[in-house]
Ligand binder design. Structure first.
Ligand SMILES: NC(=O)c1ccc[n+]([C@@H]2O[C@H](COP(=O)([O-])OP(=O)(O)OC[C@H]3O[C@@H](n4cnc5c(N)ncnc54)[C@H](OP(=O)(O)O)[C@@H]3O)[C@@H](O)[C@H]2O)c1
Length: 239
């Protein structure tokens, strides 16, 4: 895949995180302009300072994805600056282990559902009018293996990632005649410093490198995947 995204405008949420950073690098290497969205401006700036390839423009947009007005204003700021949003990569999200369901509190449920599912609703809702106007768009969401293979003590997380998958399918159904594709990836455990610290004795070689996930995100955004919409792609590595 070489320079397939010349001058495309990509908004990457969670752009300062492990996978967001890998996705931003991969798109920038192929000529895209990138809007990096995350909570902390300095954290985003440090990604930009990691020498994203020259010739592409990368800009930081600090935003709390759980504040609907801020999401709308930020995506509008991206459109004002770059002219449009071609590709929305919804990478932001998170994980918490919890107690069993009988001890799960409202705030545990709300935290996972908001961070993982509501954030995707907000960004899709804000970006879609521009994509519909342009008659072209790509949305790639991040669900998780846990959406298909839920485990105990992580009910809110599994439910939130299942919601991302279902929302993806629903938006895909709504936009299939509009030049827009909407898909999600379902990572297994990602090989991140945080996971290595939390699970030092696991076989890290079985985990999925962020760069491998980024390759699939780019495929879904590419012309090669123009007929793929509503897909949920498992990416489990060797685990
Ligand atoms: N890591 C895994 O093993 C794994 C497995 C399956 C699926 N996933 C999913 O893959 C995606 C990326 O994972 P990752 O490991 O790259 O996560 P990560 O490194 O924690 O990156 C997530 C980024 O999102 C940001 N963020 C959190 N809340 C936000 C908010 N309200 N508004 C704006 N930005 C916010 C975080 O900022 P702060 O750091 O400041 O909070 C962080 O920079 C997530 O959707 C995750 O659920 C991960």
């Amino acid at each position: 895949m070489s320079n397939t995204f010349d001058d495309k405008v990509v908004a990457v949420t969670g752009g300062a995180g492990n996978l967001g950073r890998a996705v931003a690098h991969a798109f920038a290497r192929r000529g895209a302009h990138i809007a990096l969205l995350d909570l902390s401006e300095p954290a985003i700036q440090s990604v930009i300072d990691e020498q994203l390839p020259s010739g592409t423009e990368t800009r930081a947009f600090a935003v709390d994805l759980l504040k609907p007005e801020s999401v709308i204003a930020t995506l509008q700021a991206v459109i004002d600056h770059f002219g449009r949003i071609d590709i929305l990569a919804n990478i932001a999200g998170g994980f918490t282990m919890g107690p069993t369901i009988q001890d799960t509190e409202d705030r545990d449920w709300d935290f996972m559902m908001n961070l993982n599912a509501r954030s995707v609703l907000y960004t899709c809702r804000a970006a879609l009018p521009n994509m519909l106007e342009n008659g072209w768009g790509r949305i790639i969401n991040v669900s998780a293996r846990a959406a298909l293979q839920p485990k105990g003590r992580m009910g809110p997380y599994c439910a939130s990632k299942a919601a991302v998958k279902t929302l993806t399918e629903s938006i895909a159904a709504e936009t299939k005649f509009d030049g827009i594709t909407v898909n999600c990836i379902l990572p297994g455990t990602i090989d991140t410093p945080q996971n290595r610290e939390a699970m030092p004795d696991a076989d890290h070689s079985q985990w999925v490198p962020p760069e491998s996930l980024a390759d699939v995100v780019l495929f879904l955004a590419s012309d090669a995947a123009r007929c793929v919409t509503g897909a949920a792609i498992p990416i489990y590595g060797k685990s």
